[in-house]
Design a protein around this ligand. Structure first.
Ligand SMILES: Nc1nc2c(ncn2[C@@H]2O[C@H](COP(=O)(O)OP(=O)(O)OP(=O)(O)O)[C@@H](O)[C@H]2O)c(=O)[nH]1
Ligand SMILES: [Mg+2]
Length: 440
């Protein structure tokens, strides 16, 4: 087990939010990060050794004026989401104009429009310039965090283009993506399956990717919130992203060790995540929280059946008894693939968890939870998500439905067939692992 301290580290992380979902989620993420580091929404630091995390320069850049500014870039093909944050959100004084790269016209929900088309190309140079500017302000850039929905044209297309470009040196930089995937029950756009396939294909093998879907997020919130909105769903994602980032002390080494422990094969780099607080965690840290955090997890399929874990990490934060954690030993070996017999990677972060005033996790509780558990798992259930994407894409492809929108932007038809084949191969990999383990 790794116990974290709050020493100063110099391995920096730049976060990038793409498209409406990505920009909105990343803005909420930074609100939560500011709360964690005691940075006011105007960028002033009120460091408190008791509660703040130490490695502030990992996340923020200190300007000569003394202001702490997030290391991030908001990216969209259209202006509205970025302009909303710049002009009217409660965070508008935190960011400078140089953190926004946006164009005039959205990518019309079409991957090819963001990847090949005019809307994507129009902002490419601006993104590159802003990324280089941010990069120059880092001593050592060790991680790039991405936020987007693979369902939209900007989230799927522009993000894939940047991930594939020379900007990110994948040998030395860990790419960690928090992506919204489609859910069968909730859909705003009928070409989602194409966008997912093409996005996966274009950015395959790059880092690790945690996936969420809105139906699952709403399900998780349904016990505490009557009518959940995007804002609430985003809090669930940002809570996990924050835990992953701030509880990964020692910069590069921690992010890299997640990669090592959670990704047994480069192609199987899509993961799920879950979060529980307070009572769940404290009453019986061992069995209860592990099974429950799976229940509260990021994709809809999880409630139906569990797959096999190929690798998993648990982050215990707050008031934990080490004996409790050690005694969770027996439970943490269950449900792992035969070739991964070492159970969960366990990390204890003793700093008490912090919540925003309107947090979904403190909504119905009078007492602020003193302990939280976050779970990040590489589970074969992801194969079911991908199978669903392929089934839906095949329905469209069999009639070549909506394909002209993609070809019009300069994409070759072969590309979507190659993408389909690649994703199909990953599904086979998951099936082989389940088969070898005797799962159904
Ligand atoms: N959870 C959550 N989902 C969102 C949010 N905003 C949009 N979505 C979902 O994301 C998907 C569409 O992605 P967008 O981010 O709007 O698309 P985009 O990347 O801006 O792409 P284009 O508009 O096509 O250029 C839809 O399925 C929406 O339901 C948000 O703030 N939170
Ligand atoms: Mg948009």
């Amino acid at each position: 087990m790794v116990v974290l301290d709050a020493s100063i580290v110099d391995n920096q992380c730049i976060t990038m939010g793409y498209g409406q979902a990505g920009v909105t989620i990343m803005n909420q993420y930074w609100e939560s990060i500011c709360n964690e580091f005691n940075v006011g929404l105007d960028g002033t630091l009120n460091y408190d050794p008791e509660t703040s995390f130490g490695e502030i320069n990992r996340m923020f850049c200190e300007y000569s004026s003394g202001k702490f500014v997030p290391r991030c870039i908001f990216i969209d093909t259209e202006p509205t989401p970025c302009e909303h944050i710049m002009n009217s959100s409660n965070m508008k004084n935190l960011y400078g104009k140089n953190l926004f790269a946006y164009g005039k016209q959205d990518a019309k929900n079409i991957f090819a429009c963001g990847f090949y088309g005019k809307p994507g190309l129009a902002i490419q140079e601006d993104i590159e310039q802003k990324f280089r500017q941010q990069h120059e302000r880092c001593n050592v850039l060790s991680e790039v965090g991405n936020y987007f929905s693979v369902c939209g044209g900007t989230g799927s297309g522009v993000a894939a283009r940047i991930s594939q470009s020379d900007l990110i040196d994948h040998k030395n930089i860990n790419e960690v993506t928090f992506a919204l995937y489609p859910s069968n029950k909730l859909s705003n756009n009928c070409v989602e399956p194409y966008n997912v396939l093409l996005n996966i294909y274009a950015s395959r093998l790059n880092g690790m990717r945690f996936i969420f879907d809105n139906a699952a997020l709403y399900r998780n919130l349904s016990s505490s919130i009557k009518s959940p909105t995007y804002h609430h769903a985003n809090q669930y994602i940002t809570k996990l992203a924050k835990t992953f980032n701030v509880c990964s002390n020692k910069g590069n080494s921690a992010a890299a060790s997640y990669h090592t422990n959670l990704i047994p094969y480069p192609r199987l780099n899509t993961l799920i995540a879950g979060f529980s607080t307070g009572k769940d965690v404290k009453t019986s840290c061992a069995k209860y929280c592990i099974t429950n955090s799976f229940h509260y997890s990021s994709i809809s399929y999880q409630s139906q059946r569990l797959g096999k874990n190929l690798g998993a990490a648990l982050i215990f934060r707050g008031n934990f008894n080490r004996y409790d954690i050690d005694s969770s030993h027996t439970y943490t070996y269950t449900n792992f693939a035969k070739f991964a017999p070492f159970g969960y990677m366990k990390i204890l972060c003793p700093k008490l968890p912090r919540f925003l005033d309107n947090s979904i996790f403190t909504f119905n509780t009078k007492k602020i939870p003193e302990s939280t558990l976050a779970l990040f798992a590489n589970n074969t259930i992801v194969g079911d998500v991908l199978t669903d994407v392929i089934t839906n894409a095949d329905l469209l492809l069999s009639n070549r439905c909506f394909l002209h929108w993609y070809l019009k932007e300069g994409m070759e038809e072969l590309e979507i067939l190659d993408a389909r084949m690649e994703v199909d191969q990953s599904i086979d990999d998951y099936k082989m692992i389940n088969l070898a383990d005797g799962a159904e």
